[in-house]
Design a protein around this ligand. Sequence first.
Ligand SMILES: O=P(O)(O)OC[C@@H](O)[C@@H](O)c1c[nH]c2ccccc12
Length: 272
Amino acid sequence: MLKRYEKHWMVKQMGKAKIDQAFKQVLDRGDKAFVPYIMAGDGGLDQLDEQLAFLEEAGATVVELGIAFSDPVADGPTIQEAGLRALANGVSLSAVLETLKKSKAERKIPIVLMTYINPIHTYGIEAFAKSCEEAGVDGLIIPDLPLEEERLIVPTLQENKIALIRLAALTSTEERLTEIAKRTEGFLYAVTVTGTTGARASFQDELGAHLASLREKSNAPVLAGFGVSTPEHVRSLTEHCDGVIVGSKIVDSLYKGDRKVIRELIESAQLN
Ligand SMILES: O=P(O)(O)OC[C@@H](O)[C@@H](O)c1c[nH]c2ccccc12
């Protein structure tokens, strides 16, 4: 029998894409996916290749790479501070894409860029999609792009084989969640809390049921993100979903040079 996510890849015809291959590898061997978020240029853009190589070697499935932005509405304090450090280092969307392009050949791990829609408009949608393709960017997360407006960008992304990862909020209606779950590419980003990003102590009791219902609505891998900060969180959330996204805890540990914490988090998603 086909596994759930294999149906997703058949429908989207994206089975050859790097991002889908990476999930297939992890899920087929019975592990859960682990997607660390880092802020591009925190510590200087010259550190980026080494940081990505470390995450790849430590066993991350895909990396979510944040582009610093002056008005980061969904970001909590840890990510905002990292964004300010990156901006102080002179990081821009084009500088990040240039850096990624140079190291594309050496990199195996798929890259998902997290950027708000404004910098994309400034860059120009066509030019942006082309630069992403050249830089080896496999997917995008655009948190302030509503479902109703995505047709402005989706055809161009599809032409360039760039996946658009949709976010499912806790507060969305069933109808909307169904639509988001159907449309998503790469994976479905299940937001675990209401509010901004940032490490949290615990999650609502109903979260397990919410994740399970998203898995019924979507054939894509369902990953939980926002507030995930300990190996215990990873283990309990992945009972109900295909993996996790960890931002603030990774950003903080990378900044402090505490890579052991990062390794332990990634290992907690490896069940075999
Ligand atoms: O930091 P947390 O709570 O671990 O959550 C992940 C999150 O940081 C990352 O995915 C992210 C950073 N900025 C975003 C904006 C919107 C959605 C997601 C994000």
